[in-house]
Design a protein around this ligand. Structure first.
Ligand SMILES: N[C@@H](CCC(=O)N[C@@H](CS)C(=O)NCC(=O)O)C(=O)O
Length: 364
């Protein structure tokens, strides 16, 4: 992209943001969220607008995240100087996806304006044909393809719910299901989980989780914070191995032994990290995907130990901050609703579905 065209896009972006400001509903939960930060009027408007553009929705966790990085984002915003009305009219005439451009992580100094945003043709069409006073685009939808159980998909489902991204599921239970998905060419490594979102096919659960978290305002822009979130996420993945295999062996004694060995290293560290923030989350600035996946693994363990009276309390009682974090995380977005309403196969049936799918494919 040439310098001139990049500048032009910036102009269009700002115009759009300003148009949104005029339509913004100020009496909403967003306002409450902003008040917590004691932000003045300008901050409020700009933060809400850019946050909305960035996230493509009005969910307040996105705002929380955005505000955590708002100083830099505001600087970026201020650098875009133009006549809003004129540029807005111009952009509408040309039917461009202006929100998408602003929505790239342009607030990051390292890659400002350089990274192309993945495009969703449907969304582009929606934005392009939107009248001047259109509301921000509707929440995106996603589809998760996996077996009807936790496995490697559950952290992703938790994140989608926390990010208020509606999703449906395609459940595998026999070899033909996986073969069909593989033949569709959607699986980069022929493995699931698969998350279809924004016209993309996301695989590799960590990468998919980060993508969703970014959309949901649950992934920080700042490098140190991002590192911490990643380190917690990767720790959860390692720790999660202890319970991931549980549906396949259903040996509670074995699970308890593995947990006893692993808890001090992982949960002990999370407890310590949480002692150094007063937000209740891993980041002093608010919720992130790290909190969501910690909640997920603890919740998984709690369910796996369901039959063992007092076992969960004994294991996790010494980690009150982690338990408190779980309580806070459950309140994010639609997570509580998801957790309370999910209908997954009992462990044994889930394991049988996985086995019959994969065993049936061996040698094929
Ligand atoms: N690193 C990948 C691992 C995915 C993975 O191992 N998926 C398993 C199901 S849980 C799978 O598709 N296995 C079939 C195969 O590897 O052919 C991720 O996190 O998504």
């Amino acid at each position: 992209m040439t310098k001139a065209s990049k500048k032009k896009q910036n102009k269009i972006n700002k115009a759009l943001v300003l148009e949104w400001l005029q339509q913004m509903e100020t009496g909403s939960a967003l306002k409450q969220e902003l008040r917590k930060y004691g932000l003045d009027k300008e901050w409020k408007s700009v933060a809400i607008a850019i946050s909305l553009a960035w996230r493509e929705s009005g969910h307040d966790s996105a705002v929380t995240h955005f505000l955590n990085n708002s100083q830099h984002s505001l600087d970026v915003f201020k650098k875009m100087d133009n006549s809003p009305q004129k540029a807005g009219a111009e952009s509408r005439k040309r039917g461009q996806n202006e929100i998408g451009d602003l929505a790239t992580p342009a607030a990051s100094p390292a890659d400002s304006g350089k990274r192309p945003r993945p495009t969703d043709p449907k969304r582009e069409a929606r934005v392009a044909s939107a009248p001047a006073a259109a509301k921000p685009p509707a929440l995106p939808t996603a589809r998760v393809t996996y077996w009807n159980g936790r496995g490697r998909a559950e952290p992703i489902r938790f994140l989608l719910a926390a990010a208020n991204i509606h999703f449906d599921e395609q459940h595998l239970s026999k070899p033909e299901h996986l073969t069909t998905v593989r033949k569709s060419g959607k699986l980069m490594y022929n493995q699931v989980p698969l998350v279809e979102i924004d016209g993309m096919n996301l695989v590799q659960s960590g990468a998919a989780a980060r993508y969703i978290a970014r959309k949901g305002g649950l992934y920080p822009l700042e490098a140190r914070q991002a590192y911490l979130v990643d380190a917690v996420y990767d720790g959860v993945s390692d720790f999660r191995g202890a319970v991931l295999s549980f549906p396949f062996h259903l040996d509670t004694k074995k699970l308890l032994e593995t947990l006893q060995a692993k808890i001090p290293r992982y949960v002990g560290k999370w407890e310590q990290l949480l002692q150094s923030t007063d937000s209740g989350f891993f980041l002093h600035t608010g919720a992130s995907m790290a909190d969501i996946v910690v909640f997920e693994v603890i919740n998984f363990i709690e369910d796996a130990l369901n039959g063992e009276k007092g076992a969960f309390e004994k294991l996790f009682g010494p980690y009150p901050k982690v338990l408190h974090l779980c309580m806070l995380a459950k309140r994010i977005g639609q997570l509580a609703m998801y957790v309370n309403k999910r209908k997954q196969l009992p462990w044994q049936q889930y394991a049988a579905a996985v086995r019959s799918t994969l065993d049936g494919l061996r040698g094929r």
